[in-house]
Design a protein around this ligand. Structure first.
Ligand code: ZN
Ligand code: CA
Length: 419
């Protein structure tokens, strides 16, 4: 009897060890409890997405040969507490390469998608590139490396804050932030909630589940954890809806009793989803990396809907983080950290006619603020009076500008757009 109990214990312990852990749903519930306003915002976003779907031409998938590919600029923040975890550029690039295969259905394992699901498998027309310019307009590799005293990060988002051993997010309207570090327990990753504040926006990934080389460790060494978490970041739910036979609100993914583990084979039916059975090879299940291989057309449409005008990821379409010519000067990572970050506010931003810069710091009254173009050339200069400066930008060409207070090193971006 004792032996039997011991065997059962070992078996269940083994199951826990072998199980992929994505805590995006737990994180989502934690954030909603802490911030009821976010729940309201999410309900509005869902309603807007449904509206968009209803107004879309029926019978089309929204993709044609002329559909532009969405290119998402990426910054990878590496937080390492031992030199071996300061992962190399090649490993970072291996992850970007996986994303570009998986989101374009150029992955080599499409043949493993069961015939019954192949018609639904989608090229999402989404690509990823490491950023070429940092938030201050300077040249960057798109990789920030930072030593940390933190042994393990968890769902508390410390990894996203320089003040507590992590690294601050780059502007989420211009970059997808990916934080890579040591995560507690079996946690492989989690995504922020769509619609959250910009300082939390992005995905967090365990170094053992990032890329296909170096610290990546089987069975999570094919980069699919990041494919999965970015799916959440683009509004996708787990395929089983995080409930018994739950709903992921995607029409062409079958209902499924619960998450899949390991590497299932053959047709497994649940929740009346025969004859097709569970789509356990979908990136939004929890199957091993080597055993997932598709997003569906429905998932693609959901993800791409987030880039529509007024939708939460629309601003990324206008990001110049991969295309801008860097201005001269040291990159973000090598500059000393600034205090009083919130002392200066720029609005509206983007601007069309005028931009107002408010300075909540008496010491700066009477100083000049200069506006520079991307080449670092001054295009305007005004005195801070009554804590406010106003620039007329109507005559300026569209694009990115930077405002800098006399005597300070920090620059504030100003995006000029057409009327
Ligand atoms: Zn997940
Ligand atoms: Ca479904």
């Amino acid at each position: 009897m004792k032996l039997f109990v011991l065997i059962i214990f070992c078996l269940s312990a083994y199951t826990v060890m072998a199980q992929r852990e994505c805590l995006s749903q737990q994180y989502y519930e934690q954030e909603l409890r802490a911030n009821p306003a976010l729940a309201k915002k999410l309900a509005e976003l869902d309603a807007a997405a449904r509206q968009l779907k209803e107004t879309a031409t029926s019978g089309t998938t929204g993709i044609s040969s002329g559909t532009p590919v969405i290119v998402i600029p990426v910054v990878v923040h590496i937080l390492y507490n031992s030199p071996s975890l300061n992962i190399g550029d090649a490993q970072v690039q291996s992850q970007i390469d996986v994303l570009n295969r998986d989101y374009r259905r150029l992955n080599t394992d499409t043949v493993s998608t069961p015939l019954v699901f192949r018609q639904r498998a989608a090229d999402c027309y989404i690509e990823f590139k490491l950023a070429k310019v940092d938030p201050r307009g300077r040249a960057t590799s798109g990789i920030v490396r930072k030593s940390t005293g933190i042994q393990f990060f968890g769902l508390d988002d410390r990894i996203k804050s320089s003040a507590v051993g992590g690294d601050d997010a780059w502007d989420a309207d211009r970059y997808l932030n990916i934080w890579v570090g040591s995560l507690a327990g079996n946690l492989l990753g989690y995504s922020s909630v769509v619609g959250c504040t910009k300082d939390k926006d992005g995905v967090v990934i365990a170094y053992r589940a990032f890329g296909t080389s170096g610290t990546a460790s089987a069975p999570y060494d094919k980069g699919r954890t990041v494919t999965h978490e970015i799916g959440h970041w683009l509004g996708l739910r787990h395929i089983w809806g995080d409930q018994y036979c739950g709903n992921d609100y995607i029409d062409d993914t079958p209902p499924q009793q619960t998450s899949s583990y390991g590497c299932p084979q053959g047709t497994i039916t649940s929740c009346g989803n025969n004859p097709s059975g569970n789509m356990y090879m979908n990136y939004m299940d929890l199957t091993y990396d080597a055993c997932t291989n598709l997003f569906t057309i429905g998932q693609r449409e959901k993800m791409r809907s987030l880039f529509a005008e007024g939708a939460p990821r629309n601003a990324l379409l206008y990001s110049d983080a991969c295309t801008a010519t860097p201005i001269e000067g040291p990159a973000e990572a090598s500059l000393p950290e600034q205090e009083n970050e919130d002392a200066v506010k720029v609005f509206p931003n983007p601007a069309t006619k005028q931009v107002t810069i408010s300075v909540n710091d008496q010491n700066l009254s009477g100083k000049y603020i200069t506006l520079y173009n991307r080449m670092g050339q001054p295009v305007g200069k005004t005195l801070i009076a009554k804590n406010v400066s106003v620039f007329n930008v109507q005559h300026l060409p569209q694009g990115m500008y930077f405002a800098r207070v006399e005597g300070q090193t920090k620059a504030y971006k100003v995006l000029k757009v057409a009327d």
